[in-house]
Design a protein around this ligand. Structure first.
Ligand SMILES: N[C@@H](CCC(=O)N[C@@H](CS)C(=O)NCC(=O)O)C(=O)O
Length: 204
C-alpha cells in the first residue's frame, strides 16, 4: 500500500488529492512541520532533505520530490498525458512549478534559508511575494481558454491548485486572476478535492 507523508496546506496536498481521487487504499501520515518533526532523526531517515511530500512505494522505497512523485502517481492512476509531446510539456510545467514557483513562495515563508541577516528578511519576503505573484499571473495566462493545465485533467491540476491556495494565504488579489480562479472552482467541484481541503483545513 502506498503511504504519503504530508503536512496540511503544504505542497504535499497535490499528491494527497491525487491519492484521494485514485480510489486505491493508501496511508496518509501527517508530519508536524510547525513542531519541527521534519528535522527529527526519525524523519530525516525517511527524507534527508527534511521535507514533505514523501511517497513510500509498495516496495518500501521512500520517494521524495514532487517532480518524481506526481508523474509516478499520474502514470499509475491514468492522470498523466501519454502522448510524447503532452508528456514533455507536463514535465516542463512540473519543473517550472517545483523550481521557480515553489521557491519564490519559500522566500516569503522561509527567509532564513536565504540569509542569516534577519534585517534582510523583510526585503527577501517582499521580493519573494512579488515574484510569486508574477508566476501566479503566468499560470493564469496558461489557463486562458482551457479547463485544465494539460489537454485533460492530470496531476498538474492539483499541483497548480496548491499555489492558488498559497496566494489566498498570502492575501494576494487572487480574484483578479480570472482563469486561475475558474480553475480553482472546477477543482473544488471534484469530491476528492473537497475532502482533502476539509481534512487539511485549507482556506480557498
Ligand atoms: N523540492 C521539494 C520541496 C518540498 C518542500 O519544500 N516542502 C515543504 C512544504 S511545501 C517542506 O517540507 N518544508 C519543511 C521545511 O521547510 O522545514 C519538492 O518539490 O518536493
Amino acid at each position: 500500500m502506498l503511504q504519503l507523508y504530508y503536512a496540511p496546506g503544504a505542497c504535499s496536498m497535490a499528491s494527497h488529492i491525487v491519492l484521494e481521487e485514485a480510489g486505491e487504499k493508501y496511508q496518509a501520515t501527517k508530519v508536524d512541520l510547525a513542531g519541527g518533526e521534519q528535522r527529527t532523526e526519525a524523519y530525516l531517515k525517511i527524507n534527508p532533505q527534511g521535507r514533505v511530500p514523501v511517497l513510500r512505494l509498495d516496495d518500501g522505497y521512500a520517494l521524495a520530490e514532487n517532480t518524481a512523485i506526481l508523474p509516478y502517481l499520474g502514470k499509475r492512476f491514468g492522470l498523466w498525458p501519454k502522448d510524447p509531446a503532452a508528456d514533455t510539456k507536463a514535465m516542463s510545467l512540473i519543473g517550472f512549478f517545483a523550481a521557480s514557483v515553489h521557491p519564490a513562495h519559500a522566500h516569503v515563508g522561509r527567509p532564513e534559508r536565504y540569509t542569516a541577516d534577519t534585517s534582510a528578511f523583510p526585503g527577501i519576503k517582499d521580493q519573494g511575494l512579488k515574484t510569486f505573484h508574477g508566476y501566479l499571473k503566468q499560470i493564469d495566462g496558461m489557463l486562458a481558454g482551457r479547463e485544465w493545465l494539460s489537454d485533460k485533467y492530470s496531476v498538474l491540476d492539483p499541483y497548480g491548485f496548491v499555489f492558488y491556495t498559497w496566494g489566498v494565504r498570502r492575501e494576494l488579489p487572487m480574484g483578479e486572476l480570472k482563469n486561475y480562479t475558474a480553475h480553482k472552482d472546477r477543482m473544488l467541484k471534484r469530491a476528492a478535492v473537497g475532502r482533502v481541503v476539509e481534512d487539511e483545513k485549507v482556506k480557498v
